[in-house]
Ligand binder design. Sequence first.
Ligand code: SUG
Length: 417
Amino acid sequence: MALREINFDGIIGPSHNYAGLSFGNLASTRNAGQVSQPRAAALQGLDKMRANLALGLVQGVFVPLSRPNRDWLASLGTTYEECEQPLAAAAMSASAMWAANAATVSPAPDTRDGRTHLTVANLRTMPHRSHEWPGTLAQLRVAFGNDRHFAVHDPVPPAFGDEGAANHMRIASNHGEPGLELFVYGVTGGAFPARQHLQASKAIARLHGLDPERALFVEQSEAAIAAGAFHNDVVAVANENVLFAHELAFADRSQVVAFCEERLSGFELVEVPAAEVPIGDAIASYLFNAQLVTPPDGEMTLVVPSEARETPTVWSWIERHIAGNGPIRRVEVVDVRQSMANGGGPACLRLRVVADPETVDPRFIVDDAKLDRLSEVVRQNWPVEIDNADLQTPALVSDVERARSALLEELDLTELS
Ligand code: SUG
């Protein structure tokens, strides 16, 4: 069985808009009320997937969820036509595009029963994200329905906030070997909420059947959350034996280094000092919200958003590092500006699953030809612009609903309607 890293990107939904719903996510707050461009946003996302394919990576997709979420509004005793703000914006949010928050994934080599385990995230901290999980779970159960290879779990109870893979990192000498799993949780974020609870992370590690000796629970630094790192993947990312992190990412960095060094020979920390890249620049540019990947040519590659090239401290660090002897040998720049304006970079847009691609429902795996067909569906159906003041107009609602249906038809996934 050939285990590969598969990146499942959330296709950016037709209701993508800027409603300023995520307190503690600086980009979301800054861009509240801007006019969004859902069509351009989705095409940017599809181009990022093409760039992954060009590197030789296996690429998957998740489909946007049904928006407005009429079931959620019904459970609140209202309808989209009647409800007030902030319910309307929350019900219409395209936030499921950030697939790194869909679930936490433990690959088969790490788990007791030798299956890949996925726990859908409850996302309970932000109201607009708290109603994603039923739609996401339905989709995970189809994509990873082969129960000889996968176990898909319900969310942990909402008493404990869980935001999925954005707060989880796996370090392994290569994808197919047993790895170390690092779960990053927040205790306090100064003025901003800590969105990942320690008890949620511990529950997931137990449910996934991880070896307690190979799982570590790491506190995110208060300074990082307070500076706008609402998820760990805004200040750290791991791939194979490499952990790439900002100096201020963790409350106790030495605990992380000691744990990994003791258990994994060849572990490498690539740490960016605050003196070279201030944490504010790291967060504004999303240097760490990069995809850190190993393509088949073996050259470890950092896929950064264009904002990283436009931030002088960050680009100068990248150029010096790539020219040196570090493990990251190549950098690719992608344009995901529409998502970035809501605080979602290249890493937020994808969920990594280490698995044999043959065991995944093939409707969720894409090649260039399928991406071309999806781009055509987007060009024909996605709204060009959304002004927040128009979120409840009947014409927009029917455009959004029709656009999603056209996509499900194209992917032969109408069972997710
Ligand atoms: O949860 N933004 C998302 C961004 C998620 C990024 N994901 C990772 N870091 N993995 C969030 O804060 C903005 C929605 C709005 O304001 O309309 C939003 O939900």
